[in-house]
Write a protein that binds this ligand. Sequence first.
Ligand code: NAD
Length: 495
Amino acid sequence: MRVIDHWINGALVPSTSGRTSPVYNPATGKQQASVGLASVAEVDAAVAAAKEAFKSWRLASLSKRSEIMFAFRELANANRAKIVELISIEHGKVPSDAAGELARGMENIEFACGIPALLKGGFSEQVSGGVDVYSIKQPLGVVAGITPFNFPAMVPMWMFANAIATGNCFILKPSEKDPSVALYLAELLSQAGVPPGVFTVLQGDKVAVDAILEHPDIAAVSFVGSTPIAKYIYTTGTANGKRVQALGGAKNHMIVLPDADINMAADAAVSAAYGSAGERCMAVSVVVAVGNIGDAIVEAIAERLPKLRVGPGTDPDAEMGPLITGEHREKVASYLAGAAGEGATVVVDGRDDDLPTEGFFLGASLVDNVKPGMRVYDDEIFGPVLAVTRVDTYEEAVALINAHRYGNGTAIFTRDGGAARQLQFDINVDMVGINVPIPVPVAYYSFGGWKASLFGDSNMYGPAGIEFYTRTKTVTSRWPDPATSSVDLGFPRTR
Ligand code: NAD
């Protein structure tokens, strides 16, 4: 069985811990490799190499760092097909979803290409007689990123683009479920000119994560994953004196007002709920049908589902792939099994679909009459299950969403600009979509989350990413007035 390595100091390095984790092909259900899991000693060695590399990376000019980001962009674009294939074969998402992930990730590389402009500080001349004040953004040192399985290319790019461009050395601990993409990105970064030790991939599980959280030479940790682990990372990392940003899970609602364009809303709900088999932190999980639009929107979504082709990434017509593991598939299916007993109506049951016989597939499912207090409403399901809940008024819709523990994204579908604008004021979530179902901000804004969707006070990527990976130094300087200076310059002073 092939064993997947680390990337340390610019080269592939096999794990010596003797511990491994299986890597499946979710479309066949078969194990295709093992990944070596780092021991504490392996983490220490990788951090030592990164710490050493920081000494010279810290000195790389802004134009050099920008040039490397541009070179990486060209290489990644030239090798798009290979990256897409690697994502698809370990994660299971179909190539169109993988290509979309890569495109959204690459925006962050493009943003970081502008690092000379992004790192400009402030300057105040003559704050007092002969005194100037200016501020500088300096890198933190060695920083780490711990990422989830569902975006094995994009989420690392959210982090490493800005971390490296700002002058840090970045250690990536990818998900052990799909660890290969990270290694390929490491290879491309190296070809682009990133020096050894500046970008590291440490494969691992809780042992590696805990070693990262406790390591005295790691200054900051970025995390994206589930809420319980995000909370753990935040509390443990900050207790160890680190700067931490930890993004967690979600339950994203899509309000459909009675005046919405039904076809537009139904198309949006289907792509946002079932794309990547619902394994997206910004997936729409609940449609909130307001007033009398409930029957029409349920019917419009239901009639689209039989046309959604479920299959492996190797099927060029497949629109939705399998779930990540057999265990996760069973967990998602259990919500369908329990929904009727909780009082909901299963309109389309994906367990009944004519699915490929191998692999972790589950068909697109639709559950109506869902209410708070039901598991299918309260939990993040992270699979192709869309719930519909019906309310009488806009105010009820807002109150329902604001009462949920998660606060990642909310979308509204309406033709009423005033109602859409009102939602911006009223809703307690970070990212709002107006007739846009998945409002993931472009790379020159930042991705966030409120309530149980984000721990810490820093959003990720974009301007927030530049802030997170730098610390500010402020200099107050006074130079003597040349006219009064007693130093002999060897030529007459003039003013
Ligand atoms: P996860 O929390 O299980 O794993 C995330 C990372 O944490 C992985 O690298 C994993 O190895 C590590 N980890 C897992 N258990 C750990 C433990 N006990 N101690 C220390 N480290 C541990 O998440 P996942 O299943 O890989 O990803 C899906 C979750 O990620 C969903 O909840 C989804 O909403 C969330 N997510 C959030 C965002 C966002 O931007 N908010 C984006 C993508 C995914």
